[in-house]
Design a protein around this ligand. Structure first.
Ligand code: MG
Length: 438
């Protein structure tokens, strides 16, 4: 029986690479992708990294330098990224069995096969993804997921690997040095707070963590970090989907956003709260929960004149636990109505659903039923979103004129600002790429 391996395929600089697919003029140039409302840098091409641009840099603070350096900035084009991700994933699934999509740009496979053969298949998969979708990926092959992550990073940092690396080769050639070069905070599953505590114990590199007694780690930290130690030692123990939080039930659900321009009147604020409530309800239904407490908040800019910052919050208990977007949207608006200051300029708002419980197991005295979404409005909205895309259908104040590229064609002036959006070439007929032949 062949040994089982973990194969991790992960796109290189995914968002920046997506921007290049339909705009080859960006090839070889430093590209950065900005967060919602064109706030700060969330993705960088290799060239941008080499210029020393850090992730999280606010766009306004680097705009001038970017111009001098010839940096190209793009707004986040999530529609394009999601569509290219789907293409890339389905293409890669034809090469290896047991695909587990872990994030928008990475997936694991866990085949039982000869590792040399797996490396050869991975090279073919890599070429096909580059030729067929236009996205470069790197592949790491190792006995465990944690080591596959390390190996994948290694492949990215060593172009001579051709984008595909085997942990056994790295170990043979570099021995302990390979893990000694990785700082403990960069190990998969080690959070920032944990990093501090580990460093305090003298555990600074991945090699230190590998050599530390795993039982001691369990006692000081958690069984999750103990698994990481075992995985670094080549013992597979991260189960499928364990880290993909989609399937995990959450204790509360928050949906909050910045507005592109401030909101003053309550009617507009109600629109925003209604839309966020619908989004939160979608997540609530997806995980099969009901909520009994709805909290809402809105805040002015913390960068305004001194003393002007204000944030208001309120909460409403629901009579019965519910997943009804109408009841929850109304509760969110009611929670803020009395405290609302019509003279303030609010730049952010959010809806938080709490007191969650399992919809399937909710029973009570007869006559005190859960206020479930009886008209099935929620599922109709979900279905419509699946068929026609998000924000095409909504309820009440939902501000649903389609998310266009300019404020004038969104209808709702508070939606995201995306001033440097590239064409959504794979999902909008009107924005399809045009090729010219001479
Ligand atoms: Mg990636």
């Amino acid at each position: 029986m062949a040994k089982r391996f973990m194969v991790l395929a992960d796109a290189n600089n995914f968002f920046a690479s997506c921007e290049r697919v339909f705009d080859p003029s960006l090839e070889g140039r430093p590209v950065v992708v900005l967060s919602n409302n064109d706030g700060c840098v969330v993705a960088r091409s290799e060239e941008a990294k080499r210029l020393g641009i850090r992730e999280g840099t606010p766009w306004f603070s680097m705009r001038e330098r970017a111009r001098l350096d010839g940096v190209v900035a793009r707004s986040s084009n999530y529609e394009l990224y999601a569509s290219l991700s789907a293409r890339m994933m389905s293409l890669m699934a034809t090469f290896l069995p047991g695909q587990e999509v872990y994030s928008i740009d990475e997936c694991f496979f866990s085949p039982a096969d000869d590792e040399r053969r797996l490396a050869a298949i991975s090279r073919r998969m890599r070429r096909a993804t580059l030729a067929g979708v236009g996205i470069p990926v790197s592949v790491g092959i190792a006995p465990t997921k944690t080591l596959a992550k390390v190996t994948n990073h290694w492949a990215k940092r060593h172009p001579e690997s051709g984008g595909v690396a085997l942990w056994s080769d790295i170990e043979r050639e570099y021995g302990d040095r390979a893990l000694a070069e990785v700082s403990v905070g960069d190990v998969w599953g080690v959070g920032r707070r944990m990093t501090k505590k580990l460093q305090g114990l003298g555990i600074v590199t991945a090699l230190d963590l590998k050599r530390h007694d795993h039982v001691d780690i369990r006692h000081r930290f958690s069984i999750l970090l103990e698994r990481t130690v075992l995985e670094l030692n080549g013992v597979p123990c991260v189960p499928d989907d364990a880290s993909a939080n989609d399937g995990r039930r959450k204790g509360e659900i928050l949906c909050s956003r910045m507005f592109s321009s401030p909101i003053t009147d309550f009617a507009r604020m109600s629109q925003a709260l209604s839309v966020y409530s619908q989004k939160a309800c979608r997540r609530l239904r997806r995980q099969g929960s009901l909520c009994s407490l709805v909290s809402a908040f809105c805040a002015t800019s913390p960068f305004g004149p001194p003393g002007s910052y204000q944030t208001i919050r309120g909460a409403q208990m629901l009579g019965d636990p519910s997943n009804d977007p109408l009841a929850i949207g109304k509760a969110a608006c009611d929670a803020l109505r009395d405290r609302y200051d019509p003279h303030a300029r609010y730049v952010r708002a959010g809806v938080l659903l709490m007191g969650l419980r399992d919809a399937g197991r909710f029973t009570t005295l007869a006559g005190l039923e859960a206020n479930k979404d009886e008209h099935h409005l929620g599922s109709v909205l979900d279905e419509a979103a699946r068929k026609f895309g998000p924000a095409r259908v909504g309820i009440g104040y939902g501000g649903i004129r389609g998310l266009g590229r300019n404020d004038d064609d969104t209808g709702a002036s508070w939606t995201m600002r995306r001033g440097m959006l590239s064409p959504r070439a794979t999902t909008r007929w009107s924005e399809m790429a045009v090729a010219h032949a001479d």
